[in-house]
Ligand binder design. Structure first.
Ligand code: AKG
Ligand code: FE2
Length: 316
């Protein structure tokens, strides 16, 4: 792997201290990362390292519970969540070898479960608050990187009802290198995803045809640009393909999806099309429709990998 392939590390401290020169340099680093990798690792981001450790420990403790207890962790009757919530196992025929727990914003009340669990914890609430703040900050930085009018993304993507958090445990990888898929190659749909991971490793990002590992760095957060930004920028910012390979140890991660609301229409912006004389590379679509079709990929996995529903469906 060439050294320029390693995931960039972006120091966000200047945004906390207000150091203007540092802000300009960090913004430039994010702009470059969006173009080259669609991924970076944020350090000095303001989310306490102790909170990241606490969340991952809590998740590890949850997943060691017996299956009979975990399967009962689901929203109580009458709670209609925007997407399926609670504990889930991948269907037996799935090549994804992980189990997961989906949470919504604790303030929305969807996480009220049939059983007490990780979902009801103060740690999840604290993480939610901090990662939402992080989402607003990264979105502001993206707005600047993309040269959009001040506050444009903040106004466009101002409703947080579709944000969600998924805690995952990846099963042990088999001996040798064969069949070690933990989560198959995919892109994320929304605005930006944050990944907190333990020290096991296994997340990989596709860059120029080869897989680059997102090596764990203590206290860092992996930041991943989603399809929404790729479409708005007409392909200038990259929603990178990524996957998780299994290792000889259980791996725990949290993915926080700073999404966009399902009722929003999404299409390439004039700044990246008409205003610069370029043809749009995507058709206009309703975000909810895209999300629902992606959920179908999971509930009714297509027989042929090329039939998996992805953003290319809207490509012109
Ligand atoms: O577990 C990870 O590191 C990545 C998870 C992921 O890519 C996702 O949830 O979309
Ligand atoms: Fe992902």
């Amino acid at each position: 792997m060439a050294s320029s392939d390693a995931l960039p590390v972006v120091d966000l401290a200047p945004f906390l201290t207000g150091d203007e020169g540092g802000i300009a340099r960090a913004t430039e680093a994010v702009r470059e990362a969006c173009r080259t990798h669609g991924f970076f690792r944020a350090v000095n981001h303001g989310v306490p390292a102790e909170l990241l450790v606490r969340a991952l420990e809590l998740s590890a403790a949850f997943f060691t519970l017996p299956d009979e207890e975990k399967v009962n962790v689901r929203p109580a009757a009458g709670y209609n969540t925007p997407l399926p919530a609670g504990y889930g196992q991948q269907p037996a025929h799935s090549t994804d070898k992980n189990e997961y727990l989906v949470a919504f914003d604790p303030k929305l009340g969807f996480n009220v479960c049939t059983r007490l669990s990780l979902l009801d914890s103060e740690t999840v609430e604290e993480c939610w608050g901090k990662l939402t703040e992080q989402g607003w900050l990264i979105q502001e930085i993206l707005n600047e990187c993309m040269g959009l009018p001040p506050g444009f993304l903040r106004d466009y993507n101002d409703d947080r009802a579709f944000d969600l958090m998924i805690a995952r445990r990846y099963f042990l990888g088999p001996e040798g290198e064969e069949e070690n898929n933990g989560f198959g190659a995919h892109e994320d749909a929304g605005c930006v995803t944050f990944i907190l991971q333990d020290s096991v490793g296994g997340l990989e990002v596709l860059k120029d045809g080869h897989w680059v590992p997102a090596e764990p760095i203590d206290g860092s957060i992996v930041v991943n640009i989603g399809d929404f930004i790729q479409v708005l920028s007409n392909g200038k910012s990259k929603s990178a393909t990524h996957r998780v390979v299994r290792k000889p140890a259980h791996r725990h991660s949290f993915a926080f999806f700073f999404n966009i609301h399902g009722d929003r229409w999404v299409e390439p912006l004039p700044e990246f099309t008409a205003k610069i004389g370029e043809a749009p590379r995507y058709r206009r679509f309703l975000y909810k429709e895209y999300q629902q079709l992606r959920v179908r990929n999971k509930s009714h996995p297509p027989a042929r990998p090329e039939d998996v529903f992805r953003i290319t469906h809207y490509a012109i």
